[in-house]
Design a protein. Structure first.
Length: 82
C-alpha cells in the first residue's frame, strides 16, 4: 500500500469544541437572608416558630409561614382589595 492510500484509511476524528463555562454568582448564605441590618441593630426578616422556639425560622410561602422542623403553619392575614 502506498502512503496516500494508508492516510485515506485512517479516519480523522472531528475536533471537539470546548464549551465555555459561565461563572455562576454565589448565592448568599441562608443565615444572612434572615436578618437585615438597620443602623446598629439587626432586624429579623422571618418569624421564629411558636412551637420550636428561637433558632427555628419559618419559611415564607406567600400566603403563610411554615416551620420546616415541625410543620407548624401560620396563615398571613388576607389583604382586602378596595
Amino acid at each position: 500500500m502506498s502512503e496516500e492510500s494508508a492516510e485515506e484509511l485512517v479516519e480523522e476524528k472531528p475536533e471537539k469544541k470546548v464549551k465555555k463555562v459561565k461563572k455562576v454568582e454565589k448565592k448568599e448564605k441562608s443565615v444572612f437572608r434572615h436578618y437585615k441590618v438597620e443602623g446598629e441593630k439587626l432586624k429579623r426578616m422571618l418569624p421564629f416558630c411558636e412551637r420550636c422556639g428561637p433558632g427555628y425560622f419559618m419559611a415564607d410561602h406567600g400566603d403563610r409561614y411554615t416551620c420546616g422542623h415541625c410543620g407548624f403553619s401560620v396563615y398571613k392575614p388576607a389583604e382586602t382589595k378596595v
